[in-house]
Design a protein around this ligand. Structure first.
Ligand code: GLN
Length: 211
């Protein structure tokens, strides 16, 4: 099974390594055709302003929306989460408005530019998740179809899911935290073959059907 990583800017190599570690073949996506045959997609952390310019320069916006509309999993971390949000506080125009949330960029201010903390993500089980936050956004509003997966102690929402779209304000790919990528792989396998029971894995050599 192949899962793409949007490789225009940011920490796409770390996402690719994480996918590799959970037994998925990572594919770097730079042009619309690169999406062919993929079973899921990760949008990395980086700088959302740069990423939005590159998405438009390479005419990826509609192909990315079409890909998400197939129901294949799409997972954004940090800048990737901003790219997926329907509303961006302080005026940025949304890029791929797939998550019915309002996101605020650089929400933790200068003193707390970057920090690490342990958080509980109930869908990931009892073991705590190490959250690496780097000039991280926070979610200020969630729509009725959005599941909140994790909050900080002060109630800030830092991980969400809306059907096939998953996003975290932190960077599991920088923390050796493989459970999110494993979840994406499971969602991708279920999307490819809806008859399969939850949690079952594809045979590693199975190829995604062409779309
Ligand atoms: N601050 C960045 C932005 O607004 C996101 C930072 C990150 O991805 N680590 O796009």
């Amino acid at each position: 099974m192949k899962i793409g990583v949007l490789a225009l800017q940011g920490d796409f190599a770390e996402h690719a390594a994480m996918l590799d570690s959970v037994g998925v073949e990572p594919v770097e996506v730079r042009l619309p055709d690169d999406l062919d045959g993929l079973s899921g997609l990760c949008l990395p952390g980086g700088e959302s302003t740069t990423m939005r310019h590159l998405i438009d320069r390479w005419q990826l916006r509609q192909p990315l929306l079409d890909f998400a509309a197939t129901g294949a999993p799409v997972f954004g971390t940090c800048a990737g989460m901003i790219i997926l949000s329907k509303e961006i506080a302080d005026g940025d125009t949304p890029v791929l408005p797939l998550l019915d949330v309002t996101v605020r960029r650089n929400a933790f201010g200068r003193q707390l530019d970057s920090f690490e903390g342990e958080l509980t993500v109930p869908v990931m089980g009892n073991q705590r998740v190490r959250g690496v936050f780097i000039r991280a956004p926070v979610i200020e509003r969630v729509g009725p179809d959005v599941d909140v997966l994790a909050t900080l102690d002060d109630g800030s929402i830092v991980a969400v899911r809306q059907r096939n779209v998953l996003a975290t304000a932190f960077h599991p790919e920088l923390a050796g935290e493989a459970r999110f990528h494993r979840l994406v792989a499971t969602m991708a396998a279920e999307h490819d073959d809806p008859g399969e029971g939850a949690g079952r894995r594809h045979h590693p050599t199975r190829r995604a059907s062409a779309r």
